[in-house]
Design a protein. Structure first.
Lengths: 231, 231
């Protein structure tokens, strides 16, 4: 298909598609003449992935570029490709080894991963990301011992084992496998986060004994406020 | 304490504290003279919360302002205050009722919440947020039937019931309760997301049979690339 049809099918404006081509997020089409290139289903699938990571995952373009580079680099092996895509999804965190509570948090993270028997690279940036959460929670007076965190780790592993990992076609084409990994991490991750907030609303309502789903009362106004910006 | 001590204790620079005061994120101190105000432990706690939501939660200032406004507004009742804070954490999503797959996704969300028996306000913006995830996953060819989503919902409810909600002091002071709710949603939510990515790395490694935690080989270089930006 031509770029105009690619735009129509994907809903992405032509100038945006050209921007993705320039940035290397989208592979070039087959040049059929000096002014014309052909695009295929793989371009459409890639465009949908980019939009999903931008709009739902709210990933910065730089992170998406790293993911895409890993998918497209034929030289690196499959496992490294997954690792690169995986780490590109980490929010960069600056470690603070000069602070005692940072060091304690990081030690806790490393000890917990070892005790769980998880295979995580010693240089994985995710370790610092978790240490940052731990140190922040601790400063806010919240429980952060290994015993407090283990139930979360165990729930996370169940989710990955039972749901995420079963969706990844490890024996299929490598670009599809890594795309699926990213979709699982970012998009099912987002869906889970929203479900958790829905569950939290429901449980708060249950505990506080307020009528579920009231209509025509003041709570509606207040809650719409949460959405529109008017308090 | 004076503003200089508040800055030293919290690690937040004085100009930033003054910005939070102007923006209404931080309540004014007790004015003890024309040029001097006294700040207390509640200011320190609030500052830590603001920094945590900004730095770890990556919430925009506007969302934090809504949460804080809900905590500080004595007129609204406790449940509404929780609701307002809660919805302020939603990412605003534009619904697309003119698109058929959007309508289907939104219907699926409403039906699933009803089938689960969850008490969620009909106008909760979280419903649209979940519909957006569903429609995006579907367009990427991922499984999104109610049967596919229910295990995620069930895992989310377990996490909220067993872990998050037990931490919220519903019978304590209302500002502490709502602050804890926000901490649970944003910070334990973030910690869980990181744990899930750690579990995903570990499970991929287990399935692909690569040596766990290699050192001195090329994967280290590739993976550090994920962190530093060099591929």
């Amino acid at each position: 298909m031509r770029i105009s049809q690619l735009s129509a099918e994907s809903g992405v404006p032509i100038p945006t598609i050209k921007y993705y081509l320039r940035e290397g997020l989208l592979p070039q089409g087959d040049q059929t003449s000096a002014t014309r290139a052909e695009y295929g289903q793989e371009h459409l699938r890639r465009l949908r992935l980019i939009r999903a990571l931008l709009e739902v995952g709210r990933l910065p373009v730089a992170a998406i570029r790293k993911v895409i580079a890993a998918v497209d680099d034929e030289r690196i092996d499959f496992h490294d490709m997954l690792g690169t895509a995986h780490y590109a999804l980490s929010t960069p965190v600056e470690p603070h080894p000069e602070e005692e509570d940072w060091r304690e948090a990081r030690e806790l993270v490393d000890r917990m991963i070892a005790d769980l028997g998880w295979s995580v690279h010693p240089l994985a940036p995710t370790r610092d990301e978790l240490a940052q959460s731990v140190v922040t929670l601790k400063r806010l007076g919240m429980p952060t011992s290994q015993e407090d965190l283990l139930p979360y780790a165990s729930a996370a592993l169940d989710l990955v084992r039972d749901l995420d990992i079963t969706k990844i076609p490890f024996d299929g084409p490598r670009d599809v496998a890594v795309e699926t990994l990213v979709i699982c991490e970012v998009l099912y991750g987002k869906a889970f986060d929203v479900l958790r907030r829905l569950a939290q609303e429901s449980e708060s309502t249950r505990i506080l004994g307020a009528p579920p789903c009231p209509s025509g009362d003041t709570t509606q106004v207040t809650r719409q406020g949460g959405r529109s910006g008017a308090p």
